[in-house]
Design a protein around this ligand. Sequence first.
Ligand SMILES: [Zn+2]
Ligand SMILES: [Zn+2]
Length: 136
Amino acid sequence: MSINQIVELLKNHGLKITPQRVEILRFLQNNRIHPTAQQIYEHVLSKVGSVSFTTVYNTLHTLEEMGQIKKISINDTTTIYDIDTSDHGHFVCTICGNVYDITYKVMVNVPGKTQRTELIVYGICSQCNDYLQHKI
Ligand SMILES: [Zn+2]
Ligand SMILES: [Zn+2]
């Protein structure tokens, strides 16, 4: 979905379209780094000059409720946001903290209907692995 389409959706949900909100969407769309709310907040602040963390958080919450973004807890303290809502898993590097998209195929038998599947694989990314190898 394009930014314009999401902006239309936000309008339909009764949200005022502010430069801050558009900047949140633009950041998510253009930077597929799976940012935290804090990273998004810092970016919007640097672009627009004034924004409250609450505004960023509430906008993310609304987008999530609308199904336009996914919110994923990668550990007890870190929650990331993904504008790619298609079926995919994540690989989290436990050293640098980078989050990578991964594809997977899995068959599960559930006693009912699946509503949400979240696959998170933890490990060491190749960049950190190379670094560690050269250090030793
Ligand atoms: Zn890494
Ligand atoms: Zn992702």
